[in-house]
Design a protein around this ligand. Sequence first.
Ligand SMILES: *[C@@H]1O[C@H](CO)[C@@H](O)[C@H](O)[C@H]1NC(C)=O
Ligand SMILES: *[C@@H]1O[C@H](CO)[C@@H](O)[C@H](O)[C@H]1NC(C)=O
Ligand SMILES: *[C@@H]1O[C@H](CO)[C@@H](O)[C@H](O)[C@H]1NC(C)=O
Ligand SMILES: *[C@@H]1O[C@H](CO)[C@@H](O)[C@H](O)[C@H]1NC(C)=O
Ligand SMILES: *[C@@H]1O[C@H](CO)[C@@H](O)[C@H](O)[C@H]1NC(C)=O
Ligand SMILES: *[C@@H]1O[C@H](CO)[C@@H](O)[C@H](O)[C@H]1NC(C)=O
Length: 434
Amino acid sequence: MMLPFASLAVFGLALFSHVSATILQNGQVKPTNYPDTRIDLTDYSFQTYPANASEISYKGRWDSKHVSWWSAPGIKFGYTGQTVAISFGNLTSDGVLVGYRIGGLDWMFTNITAGATHLLVSPDTPGSNLTGPINPWTFELRVTNWAYGVQIDAVHVDAGEKLIKIPDFDRRIEVIGDSLAAGMYTSYEGLSSWAYGLGAGLGNTEYSVTAYPGICAADQNCWGNPRGQVHQWFYTSDTSYRASVMHGDNPEPWDFSKHPAADLVVINIGTNDNNKANNVSTEEYIDALTKIIQGIHGKWPKAQVIVMSLWLGFYQSGNTYLPNAPEGWVNEIYQMVKWFNSDDYLRNPIVYDGVTKKTSRSGKKAKPFVHYFNTTGIMQHNDIAPQWHPTDVGAIKVASHLQQFIRIKFDWDLYATGPEVFHDTLYWNDQSGY
Ligand SMILES: *[C@@H]1O[C@H](CO)[C@@H](O)[C@H](O)[C@H]1NC(C)=O
Ligand SMILES: *[C@@H]1O[C@H](CO)[C@@H](O)[C@H](O)[C@H]1NC(C)=O
Ligand SMILES: *[C@@H]1O[C@H](CO)[C@@H](O)[C@H](O)[C@H]1NC(C)=O
Ligand SMILES: *[C@@H]1O[C@H](CO)[C@@H](O)[C@H](O)[C@H]1NC(C)=O
Ligand SMILES: *[C@@H]1O[C@H](CO)[C@@H](O)[C@H](O)[C@H]1NC(C)=O
Ligand SMILES: *[C@@H]1O[C@H](CO)[C@@H](O)[C@H](O)[C@H]1NC(C)=O
């Protein structure tokens, strides 16, 4: 098979250079003339909150300087008045595209300038004066691209108005993956990914997408990512060039004790390990995936883990298309899941802290916590884009099937019954005869 992820090797992004590129969508130039929302702070008299204000909730992984990492990280808060402005720090990737919205209304997009203040909600913003049913008004922002990030410096509302803390939802999902979960090559990248769609689509669920393009499960360099998820998942920052510039060899460990445990962890990783160019053996891969699961079990003893089978796209065979199987360690992953559910293992489970493994024997048999999600048959040939990643429709299919699986298996209600999840996916026909 050819090297589907070879293009990942080439994105060495300069940290402080301007983020801009011509995007081809279905072979056409995609318009990226998003509104310029920059303002001069001195023209306004705002009520200002610092980045560490307790009213601001950070979603996904952010470091101690309020810099965002991984895919679709965000912030959320309630506010009074009709104005929200944000000052972004110098460690922002200049020009990075963010999505933001009020309540459950449509996502809006703007490019952020490092060190600038952006006026994101004003009386002119559609919906900014609508008083319900979501009350207080909530503002949410998400970074679209995994390789870039923002630094929050301050949040502003009108003088005399205030921020309001919105309590976290009590359900929590973590997705661990690579480009396939990070949303590479979908329209709005992280904000069009199946991982985001799963969390946002379930509704009333906090979600964090610890996924980065090109990364392996095994701890080795894959497509320029210096470490694998078996190591990096324990850290705040990802494996980007941006992280290497900002944190060097000394990334901040993710402080699991300061953040609530996930209830459900979805793992979709191995396509890069499986790529011959990265030379990861079956044993090394299964060992790394096993340690990731034991790491989750160590950090979050009550979390349920869903392991997704890998898919590798399709090829034309005569007059139809067939999956690129049986590659993708389909059987090995399934056998590993069975092993996690065996009496032998459950009587003597192992936990991993990122460095060492130890037995967590408590005298009684542990409850099964590892589940297999079979992706075969969900996507078809036209759900995979030319560069081997799900299209927007493919991502929506994966998210939707996962939602039903989670509803049936774990009895989770689908609480999102209206708010926009995927932007720019409203395809319709308004003619009944033509
Ligand atoms: C805005 O972001 C998009 C997506 O990254 C990019 O293609 C575009 O060039 C950016 N525009 C500006 C003005 O920075
Ligand atoms: C925010 O940071 C400032 C300066 O370090 C500190 O004085 C303040 O107590 C912090 N506020 C919160 C809510 O942590
Ligand atoms: C950001 O950079 C500008 C220009 O170099 C500097 O004046 C400012 O102090 C910096 N701000 C922060 C928060 O580092
Ligand atoms: C909100 O503002 C729009 C545009 O100015 C206006 O047409 C609408 O009547 C306002 N709605 C409310 C509830 O004030
Ligand atoms: C792949 O790994 C094997 C075993 O570790 C090693 O012998 C071989 O030289 C490696 N091949 C490449 C191309 O790195
Ligand atoms: C996954 O689904 C495919 C298609 O239904 C089926 O052929 C295969 O046996 C399933 N794998 C497992 C391990 O259940």
